[in-house]
Design a protein around this ligand. Structure first.
Ligand SMILES: [Zn+2]
Ligand SMILES: [Zn+2]
Length: 287
């Protein structure tokens, strides 16, 4: 079952665009029944309308969706790619070895995470080390930099990216992305119920234009998944109401949820927070 396309009134002076390249949690599920929302794992891109720095590319997470994103970046011009990682579970890094721009000498990639620079480099090297991948990270043609975002924001041109800690096994980082008066909050891989983490997320999400939230489970399934590190569509709507966000996006879809199931979830969520949508691979939101 296909859900209706997003109907957005045109934004008069758009500041940020958000493109979904991978919306699935846990593991890719490219089944026919899932393709309305997509089978690729977490990857979003932030675009700046009429940017003065068209070479700058902003990506959050490197799930399998990043492969298709890479194909949109021209091979023969330099790109300055800023890649923010929430954490290193497979569904957030698995697409990296298939990200074409890594292999071009024109490109510079800067990786950001809440881990120290050397630790971040070691983690990414290990993912591509033999016998897992034929090309060693150290032999990539592109140039790489590594940045540690602990409690301070990154400012790149006129984009500000503020990290905050989520509640997830092994830790995960949420990002508050803002430009002028527009804000998008990327909060995936978060389990509600930890008071300190919930307070941090509420603070980050307050008055955001768009909140992207980990809605992997239904409220019925959640009691059987406590401690697994994910939340529900109902908690998503509660947070959206408390934080007074303009639009809520349900994200990190469960591998078992096909398009029909997600359509039902969306209908229920809209009864609690009307301006809700489900993240769909290949779509763009503007704010
Ligand atoms: Zn995940
Ligand atoms: Zn995770």
């Amino acid at each position: 079952m296909q859900q209706p396309p997003h109907t957005q009134p045109p934004t008069p002076n758009p500041q940020l665009q958000l493109r979904f390249w991978g919306t699935r949690g846990s593991i890719p599920t490219p089944l026919a029944a899932n393709l309305g929302h997509g089978g690729n794992t977490s990857c979003i891109q932030i675009l700046i309308p009429n940017s003065e720095h068209p070479e700058a590319t902003f990506i959050f997470d490197a799930g399998t969706g990043i492969h298709s994103l890479g194909r949109t970046l021209a091979h023969d011009t330099p790109h300055n790619i800023h890649l923010f990682l929430t954490h290193f579970h497979w569904d957030h890094i698995q697409g990296l070895p298939g990200f074409g721009p890594l292999f071009s000498p024109h490109n510079t990639l800067t990786f950001y995470s809440s881990h120290g620079r050397h630790e971040l480099r070691r983690i990414l090297q290990a993912q591509m080390a033999a016998p897992y991948f034929p090309i060693e990270f150290d032999h990539l043609a592109s140039t790489q930099h590594f940045e540690h975002l602990e409690h301070h924001p990154a400012r790149i041109h006129d984009l500000t990216v503020e990290p905050f800690a989520l509640h997830h096994p092994g830790g995960a980082t949420g990002y508050r992305i803002s430009r002028n008066n527009a804000t998008i909050v990327y909060a995936t891989d978060h389990e509600h119920g930890n008071p300190a983490a919930d307070a941090r997320l509420l603070r980050a999400a307050t008055n955001a234009n768009i909140l992207i939230y980990d809605a992997q489970y239904t409220p019925e399934l959640y009691p059987h998944r406590i401690g697994w590190g994910h939340s529900t569509w109902l908690e998503a709507t509660r947070l959206a109401n408390r934080a007074n966000v303009k639009q809520l996006v349900l994200f990190h879809h469960d591998p078992h949820h096909d398009d029909a199931t997600l359509h039902n979830i969306l209908n229920q969520a809209r009864q609690h927070f009307p301006n809700t949508t489900t993240a769909q691979e290949g779509t763009t939101l503007t704010t």
